[in-house]
Design a protein around this ligand. Structure first.
Ligand code: PDD
Length: 285
């Protein structure tokens, strides 16, 4: 069966899901996106993703074409129509298609809203057992990384460099410190068992998975520090891991070819992964 996508009010076969070449998402990357995981046919931590969507569109003065409640209904309907068990729902909203290419916001143009799903068994992904290698690259992005903009060229280049090095993620570096992964938040576990992740701010995306993991760790009296860390500190750490909607909690076993810890996923990473998967299943909608 051909996958079903959603485009501006209609559920259509993926091959028929089209938007205009004048769409501002296409011309200017003038749009926002979200990715929510699906486990057993249910959306994971979706309220958090939709809250971030509302915040992101607010920051660029883009009005959503549907209410948040309706957007969740569409996500659920799409999961159902695709018989999706495990994977994710991608959604994107742009400032729509004007009649030409004017940089300033158009008047009276309806925003574009599209969604599609993809299949991935996140819980049983092989890399969850083995961990991933990461490389480091300079962070080339703009100054408002807290907005989940579809302008992802720097991340495309970073993740292509990682793919060419057979690595699973690229960690972006600015002023000697790790900002975040190409599509993930970064964590380390120090030798004295402190979980460290960079504080939120305009330098990074406020990860929904990061937020949940920090809260779950705090509830278990684990020690957490939100501050920037360097690659040297990560290499001297016991463990390192990344979080995102598409990997949950994923061990990092090497950085630029140098082992982290013993080069295997560590017990804290495994524990936080388990805790997160339990939370995800218990709160899925
Ligand atoms: N990316 N940082 C960046 C730059 C990201 O693109 C992402 C997610 C994250 C993690 O955020 P969350 O836990 O809310 O997924 C951090 C999505 C998955 C993507 O672009 O595919």
């Amino acid at each position: 069966m051909e996958p079903i996508a959603y485009v501006n009010g209609a559920f259509v076969p993926l091959s028929e899901a089209k938007v205009s070449i004048l769409d501002r998402g296409f011309l200017f990357a003038d749009g926002i996106y979200e990715v929510a995981a699906v486990l057993d046919g249910k959306l994971i931590d979706n309220a958090s993703h939709l809250a971030r969507l509302e915040r992101s569109v607010g920051e660029i003065a883009l009005a959503l074409p549907e209410s948040i409640e309706r957007i969740q209904e569409i996500q659920k309907e799409l999961v159902k129509r695709n018989n999706l068990v495990n994977g994710m729902v991608y959604l994107e909203v742009t400032r729509g298609a004007d009649t030409g290419r004017d940089f300033a916001f158009p008047k009276g143009v309806k925003p574009t809203l599209i969604m599609f799903t993809s299949v991935k068994d996140i819980v049983n992904a092989p890399s969850a057992r083995t961990g991933i290698d990461v490389i480091t690259v300079p962070d080339l992005r703009w100054a408002r990384r807290d907005i989940k903009s579809v302008a992802l060229l720097a991340q495309v280049l970073a993740k292509q460099a990682a793919a060419e090095a057979n690595a699973g993620e690229a960690w972006m570096i600015e002023d000697g410190k790790v900002t975040e992964g190409g599509s993930s938040s970064c964590f380390i576990l120090t030798q004295d068992d402190v979980i460290v992740t960079r504080q939120n701010g305009s330098e990074i995306l406020p990860g929904c998975t990061r937020k949940a993991v920090v809260k779950l760790a705090e509830e278990r009296q684990l020690r957490i520090e939100e501050r920037a860390f360097s690659v040297e500190e990560a290499l001297a750490a016991k463990e390192a891991f990344i979080t995102s909607a598409t990997v949950f909690v994923q061990a990092v076993v090497s950085i630029d070819g140098k082992k982290v810890g013993n080069g295997k996923p560590g017990p804290m990473t495994d524990r936080l992964r388990e805790i997160y998967v339990d939370f995800a299943k218990a709160t899925a909608v």
